[in-house]
Design a protein around this ligand. Structure first.
Ligand code: 13P
Ligand code: SF4
Length: 298
């Protein structure tokens, strides 16, 4: 199956991008494994004719927003993101109506139509930079209340947070972390900003997924407790084979990130199945928000 996929990728002049939470066999096959920001940048810069995206819908949509002339394939159509579904364009418009005009900073974990209503996007890797780049005293942030809370600690601006959250990160409790710390007293605790503020308070470092891989590589410490989705443990071990990584809780598995199989990938490439294309009337305003974020980050 792996050889078949490699030859189909060549035949279709395709690049295979995978998020750090994808299963090991998919990470191993990908041309680039990364966090949301790295994958967006790559999707905006590739010469490939086809982008095969192993992740969830909002990631493939972001690739389509950035590369409208390429075919973007998501091998499993119903790999979504529950947090992205917690805000709709109509709900956002209704909420904004109740406030004076202010910029809207939208986490990339959102639909293309919500991005289209936004001033600028952000990821976990650049949220603080994005928020502080804006010439405004008040900012609306959607959809992640935890990411918004994290940003609020690093800015003088008043942040109005949408009440969304990632069910996988939000379920990690301080008790889980304290138990893990007791079991591994020498390990540093790295947390993703999608975790609750009381969990972030216990962290030695708060980072995006690729930020964690880099931090582990550069740190003098040889053991780490990981406060993010379980798939990252494979990427961490692969990049740092001599170091030890422990999940902060065994419950942190995103079912949507595990939906794509090697069979789906082969079928998608063979029959060009699973195309994700953002309509032009949404793509154009969404591009402004996504490109604004990329321009700040490269
Ligand atoms: P990053 O890899 O950008 O940190 O994103 C985490 C995430 O939840 C993606 O769904
Ligand atoms: Fe969405 Fe959370 Fe899954 Fe990421 S880990 S795709 S934010 S549900």
């Amino acid at each position: 199956m792996k050889d078949k996929i490699k030859s189909l990728l060549k035949k279709r002049k395709a690049i295979m991008l995978a998020h750090n939470y994808q299963p090991p066999e998919i990470q191993d096959l990908a041309d680039l494994c990364g966090d949301s920001l790295e994958l967006s940048i790559k999707a905006s810069q590739t010469n490939a004719e086809v982008i095969l995206f192993c992740g969830v819908t909002f990631m493939a949509e972001t690739a389509s927003i950035l590369s409208p002339d390429k075919k973007v394939l998501l091998p499993c159509k119903n790999a979504g993101c529950p947090m992205a579904d917690m805000v709709t364009p109509d709900d956002l418009k209704a909420k904004l109506d109740g406030f004076p005009p202010m910029p809207v900073v939208t986490y990339v974990n959102s639909s293309a139509s919500v991005k289209a209503l936004s001033t600028i996007c952000c990821t976990s890797a650049n949220v603080v930079k994005v928020v502080n780049s804006l010439d405004a005293e008040e900012i609306m942030m959607v959809p992640d209340r935890n990411l918004a809370g994290y940003a609020a600690l690093h800015t003088d601006k008043k942040i109005h947070a949408w009440n969304g959250y990632c069910p996988i990160h939000d379920r990690l409790t301080p008790k889980d972390v304290l138990n893990a710390k007791q079991e591994h007293p020498d390990a540093l605790f790295m947390a993703h900003p999608e975790c609750r503020s009381e969990v972030l308070e216990l962290a030695d470092a708060i980072l995006s997924t690729s930020g964690m891989i880099k931090y582990a590589g550069e740190s003098k410490s040889s053991a780490f407790i990981i406060g993010t989705e379980a798939g990252l443990l494979y990427s961490l071990k692969k990049a740092n084979p001599d170091k030890k990584f422990y999940p902060a809780s065994i419950g942190m598995v995103c079912p949507d990130m595990k939906k794509i199989t090697l069979d789906d990938i082969a079928a998608s490439l063979e029959f060009m199945k699973g195309e994700v294309k953002v309509p032009e009337n949404i793509r154009r305003p969404a591009l402004k928000a996504v490109q604004g974020m990329i321009d700040l980050s490269i």
